[in-house]
Every structure is written in structure tokens, then in C-alpha cells.
Design a protein around this ligand. Structure first.
Ligand code: ATP
Ligand code: MG
Ligand code: MG
Length: 381
């Protein structure tokens, strides 16, 4: 029985383990915390990323290693890759860990990005602001997630506040100043590439963020027409350039009808959770298949799906449990402000029935405000 090793024990590892089981694949997870939520569904080894003695034991117990957490130090990933198959390869992971390397690669692959400048000093911040203009967004180059490590600047006078918030990180991780894009919409494309180079994408997903954290997703994103083909070809180019194996997400802005690259996540991704019930093969199953060298599954959608993210705490499950083709996911995590603790996916055969079902579930949950932009979008397109 093949054993999949996962670095990081959050909800992504948990959902990978749940998808691996029916394939006859066992999962072993490593996390620095003994109550990592994946530990509820798979054996968990507790170790720090630099604990090479523990990683050595882990490497001997697994057939292939993958990531739930994209910020595993490159050094640990390289060390493991000398002992066991690691997918995606540490080199691909390293590119996605650095916003500068990532955006540079996007541009090389023909995907424009928001205008940006790297910032290492307070003086460079002023120069970058002069070049990029306002509004702008200052981000740490490394280690940011869920909108953490970011500061939004509305005017030049916000530079001091931005530096106060992130300046200390400049020497350690580097910063990047990006033009703030007044995008029409946000999309992501989930893609998978097998060990043999077989490449597939799921239909484009529409995403809505609140305070930099994903709130709702809708798939297939309506009214995308030609963008699907372009997004698929860009993702393919990126994947081939990186020799990528496994699932990744490419986050995109649509501005004036054209795609701009925001970032890529070298792993299964929150905006692909709808694929568990809404696609023929989920992102989790295809990631397991890809890293183990198994044939990839069909990435087509069954009808339409919308996902609610539960941030901070879980609402009452019953409205979702009582609704046809609606699905509840409790990650088994402690409630905490800003933390992703679960999600729900509502599926339907078409946009009309999805709209009705979503409105009903949201009403019962008291989540009308959360669902509003999605309903508006469904009605308009
Ligand atoms: P993730 O959890 O997706 O890894 P992250 O912390 O890496 O998030 P980003 O994806 O860079 O952060 O930003 C989070 C969200 O903030 C984006 O999805 C988008 O809604 C908004 N955002 C980020 N950069 C820009 C930008 N340059 N212009 C407009 N909006 C932006
Ligand atoms: Mg990110
Ligand atoms: Mg992002």
C-alpha cells in the first residue's frame, strides 16, 4: 500500500488524506503542532521543519512527499528530495515562495502582472510609490497568506504607516509594492500536471475576498468565454517551465477584460474546494494521483457549485445538511478570529437552480451579506 507523506497538517492535508483513502493510499502527516487538524484523519508525526532526525524517519516511512503548507523552508524540502520523491519539486516550490520570482516567471510566460517594484529600504518605498502610484499594496515577498503581511496604501502619506507595519520584515524577507488593481473580477484556475506531463485544468473559478481572505467561490465562473482557454494555456506554460507535478492554483485578476497574474499557490487551494462534490475528480484526488504517478481523472464540472468559506467560527450546520446537494465540511479546528475552520459547497444542475438554492441556504444561515456578491454576479451574467 503506497504511503503519501504530507508536510503540514492543516485542512488541506486533511482533505488530501480523505481523498487518498479510497485509492488505497495511506497518508502520514508532519506538523509542528500535535493538534494539527489532519491528525484527526491520518497519523501525525510532530516535528519542526529543521528536525532532520524526525524528517529522516518520516522519509523512510513514505513513498512520496507533498505539501499542505507552501512555506516549508526550501532547505528542508531539498534535504527530503535527496531521500525520497518530493512533488512538486523543491525548485518549483521556491519560485512560488517568493512574490518577485513568481511575478517574474509570470511575465516570462506571457502573463502580465500588476506593476510592481521591490522594496528593501524606506527610500526605496518612496521611489516605488513614485513609480507605481497610489492606490498600492505593500506585501512581504515571502511567508504571507490570507492577506497577512500586506498593507494597503490609499495615498502617498500612508507610506509611514506602511513602513511601520512591514518595514521590519524588509531586511528579512524583502517587500514588494504592487499597484492596486481595480479589477472587474477575480478568478483562479486550478491545474494539475502528472509525472508523465499529462496536464488538465478545472473550469475557471470566480472568487470573492473579504479583507484579503477568500469568502466565496463560484464555478464554473459564468461569462468567461475566451478567458478559459487563455488561462489554461498560461497555466500549462507555467507548469511546463517549472516541471511541475501535482495541483496548483493560479490566482488571476480580470482588468479591462484581460488576465493579470496575482500569485500561484503550489498546492491544492481553497478556491478549488468546490471540486470535491462539483467536479468529476476533485483537486485532492487528482493531486494524490499526480504525485503517485497514477492516471489523472476528469476535471470537468458536474453542473455549478458555490462554496462558502467559514472564517473564525462555524455557523449552524443544519440548513446545509437539510439542503439537496449541499455539503458540509468541518475541519475540526478550534474557533479563532480569521481562521479558516470549514466550508460548505452548494451544487445544482444549472445557474438558475444554484441561485435559488444559494439564496435559500444563505437565508437560513443568516449569511445574506456573504452570498450577495455571488447572487448579484449570477443574476447579471
Ligand atoms: P492567499 O491566502 O491567497 O495566499 P495572500 O496573503 O498570498 O493570500 P494575495 O493573494 O496577494 O494574498 O492577496 C489577497 C487578496 O487581496 C487578493 O485575492 C485580492 O483580492 C487582493 N489583492 C492582492 N493584491 C492586489 C492588488 N495588487 N490589487 C488589487 N487587489 C489585490
Ligand atoms: Mg498567497
Ligand atoms: Mg492569494
Amino acid at each position: 500500500q503506497p504511503v503519501l507523506g504530507v508536510l503540514g497538517g492543516g485542512q488541506l492535508a486533511r482533505m488530501l488524506a480523505l481523498a487518498a483513502a479510497p485509492l488505497g493510499v495511506k497518508t502520514l502527516v508532519v506538523d509542528s503542532s500535535a493538534d494539527a487538524c489532519a491528525g484527526q484523519v491520518a497519523p501525525l508525526a510532530v516535528a519542526d521543519w529543521a528536525d532532520y532526525a524526525a524528517l529522516e524517519i518520516f522519509a523512510r516511512q513514505v513513498d512520496v512527499v507533498t505539501f499542505d503548507f507552501e512555506n516549508v523552508p526550501a532547505q528542508s524540502a531539498h534535504w527530503l528530495a535527496e531521500r525520497v520523491a518530493v512533488f512538486p519539486a523543491p525548485g518549483a516550490l521556491a519560485v512560488a515562495q517568493d512574490r518577485l520570482a513568481e511575478k517574474t516567471l509570470f511575465r516570462e510566460c506571457g502573463l502580465p502582472t500588476p506593476d510592481f517594484r521591490t522594496v528593501d529600504t524606506r527610500e526605496q518605498l518612496d521611489a516605488a510609490l513614485a513609480a507605481v502610484g497610489v492606490p498600492a499594496i505593500l506585501k512581504t515577498r515571502r511567508l504571507g497568506y490570507d492577506g497577512k503581511g500586506q498593507f494597503r496604501l490609499r495615498e502617498l502619506a500612508d507610506a509611514d504607516a506602511a513602513w511601520a507595519a512591514l518595514g521590519a520584515q524588509a531586511s528579512k524577507h524583502g517587500l514588494i509594492l504592487e499597484a492596486f488593481v481595480a479589477f472587474e473580477r477575480e478568478l483562479s484556475v486550478l491545474a494539475v500536471r502528472g509525472r508523465d506531463g499529462d496536464f488538465r485544468t478545472w473550469p475557471l473559478t470566480g472568487n470573492w475576498h473579504v479583507d484579503g481572505v477568500l469568502s466565496m467561490s463560484l464555478a464554473p465562473a459564468p461569462g468567461i468565454d475566451l478567458l478559459q482557454h487563455r488561462a489554461t494555456e498560461l497555466a500549462r506554460t507555467l507548469a511546463e517551465r517549472l516541471g511541475y507535478v501535482g495541483v496548483f492554483a493560479l490566482e488571476l485578476f480580470v482588468k479591462d477584460g484581460e488576465l493579470l497574474g496575482n500569485e500561484m499557490a503550489p498546492r491544492v487551494h481553497n478556491s478549488g474546494h468546490w471540486t470535491i462534490e462539483g467536479a468529476h475528480t476533485s483537486q485532492f484526488e487528482n493531486h494524490v494521483r499526480a504525485v503517485l504517478g497514477l492516471p489523472l481523472g476528469d476535471t470537468g464540472a458536474r453542473g455549478m457549485s458555490a462554496m462558502f468559506n467559514w472564517i473564525g467560527d462555524l455557523p449552524d450546520a443544519s440548513p446545509v445538511l437539510q439542503t439537496v446537494d449541499a455539503h458540509w465540511h468541518d475541519y475540526g479546528k478550534q474557533a479563532r478570529p480569521g481562521r479558516k475552520v470549514g466550508h460548505a459547497t452548494v451544487c445544482a444542475p444549472d445557474a438558475e437552480r444554484l441561485t435559488a438554492r444559494l439564496a435559500e441556504v444563505a437565508g437560513l444561515l443568516g449569511r445574506e451579506a456573504q452570498v450577495a456578491p455571488v447572487l448579484r454576479h449570477l443574476t447579471e451574467s
